[in-house]
Design a protein around this ligand. Structure first.
Ligand SMILES: Cc1cc2nc3c(=O)[nH]c(=O)nc-3n(C[C@H](O)[C@H](O)[C@H](O)COP(=O)(O)OP(=O)(O)OC[C@H]3O[C@@H](n4cnc5c(N)ncnc54)[C@H](O)[C@@H]3O)c2cc1C
Length: 296
């Protein structure tokens, strides 16, 4: 099979000037340069190689990419031609797509870091990250992304579990001196906390799943927070369970306007990402209905 290496497919150019306003989305062949166990439940994989030479990220601090994993025992390896695979093989052999945040992209060194939650043997991406070896190759598509802390906000609220920790860390790192933030982050244990550098005045609340008092309730913790004065810009992502509860709370009870709220379920317990992608629309419906009532 003939195998394309990397293909920038869309250049988002200003029609008047021809100057690119957002980085090109594309399909990139990335190579594992190194892996590092950041904390017991977080694995960092750093990618590089010639295939990423035209990769770029824009303003969003929640930039994400899709990683395309070759199913175990598939009759092909990387690099491959996705069109030929879809034409010649049955769907169980098609590459499996998973979504991950760009923890960092260094255009100087051409290094792309992605932090994977190690959530057990189930799934595709987490076990892959655990066993990734230098030289392994994988196709990456993107980047997408929509959120960056709004400088017009008086303060910033970050809420998430460890799947959102890379995006929360990137958001906090981007804040300028003089800004204020509250960050409520759930991780496996105290050893999974990360040191996050920020010029802002940040108050961290770390919750631990191994808490001897019982598993934490992230939504209840947010409900008990004393909000800072003024306009909040909130970034709330992670397990769909607490995210739905907080979406209702922030939109309906705290009246946070849509444009000051970035909120979504990054994953759902018991569902692989493919199933969650399909279920997402009906999951959001009850809160959409409650919001519609509010706006009537
Ligand atoms: C925009 C976006 C950005 C994301 N960024 C990151 C990121 O930077 N790092 C990151 O680790 N994740 C991130 N995620 C979440 C990640 O895409 C999902 O966790 C994904 O399901 C993992 O794929 P998998 O193949 O490991 O497990 P899957 O095959 O999708 O799922 C297998 C099983 O594991 C469970 N599971 C999935 N994720 C978790 C988890 N985090 N904890 C416990 N159980 C889980 C599922 O419910 C299912 O039962 C992001 C998601 C989105 C939408």
């Amino acid at each position: 099979m003939s195998a394309p290496v990397s293909e920038p497919v869309v250049v988002n150019a200003d029609p008047a000037t021809g100057v690119a306003t957002r980085p090109a989305k594309g399909r990139w062949l990335a190579e594992v340069l190194r892996t590092e166990r950041l904390t017991p439940q977080m694995m960092r994989v750093t990618f590089g190689g010639a295939g990423l030479s035209e990769f770029a990220v824009g303003v969003p601090t929640d930039s994400y990419v899709k990683l395309h994993f070759v199913p175990r025992d598939a009759p092909y390896g990387v690099p491959y031609n996705a069109d030929e695979i879809k034409r010649d093989l049955s769907p169980e052999w098609w590459p499996i797509m998973r979504t991950y945040t760009v923890r960092s992209w260094d255009a100087g060194t051409g290094e792309l870091a992605i932090d994977f939650v190690v959530h057990g043997d189930e799934g595709v991406a987490a076990p892959w990250a655990l066993h990734a070896a230098v030289g392994d190759q994988i196709y990456v598509t993107g980047p997408g992304g929509a959120y960056a802390p709004n400088p017009a906000a008086d303060w910033h609220l970050f809420v998430g579990d460890d799947s959102a920790l890379p995006a929360i860390a990137a958001g906090l790192e981007s804040l300028v001196s003089g800004s204020r933030a509250l960050a409520v982050i759930e991780v496996g244990s105290p050893a999974d906390e990360q040191r996050i550098a920020s010029a802002a005045d940040v108050e961290f609340i770390w919750l631990h799943r191994d808490d001897p008092a019982g598993p934490p309730d992230i939504a209840a913790t947010v409900r008990e927070l004393r909000f800072l004065p003024g306009q909040v810009h909130a970034f709330v992502h992670g397990d769909a369970g607490f995210v739905r509860e907080l979406r209702r709370y922030l939109r309906v009870e705290k009246s946070v306007a849509r444009e000051f709220l970035s909120i979504s379920g990054y994953w759902k317990r018991g569902l692989a990402e493919d199933g969650w992608r399909t279920a997402k629309q009906s999951w959001a419906q009850p809160v959409d209905d409650a919001e519609a009532q509010l706006e009537r």
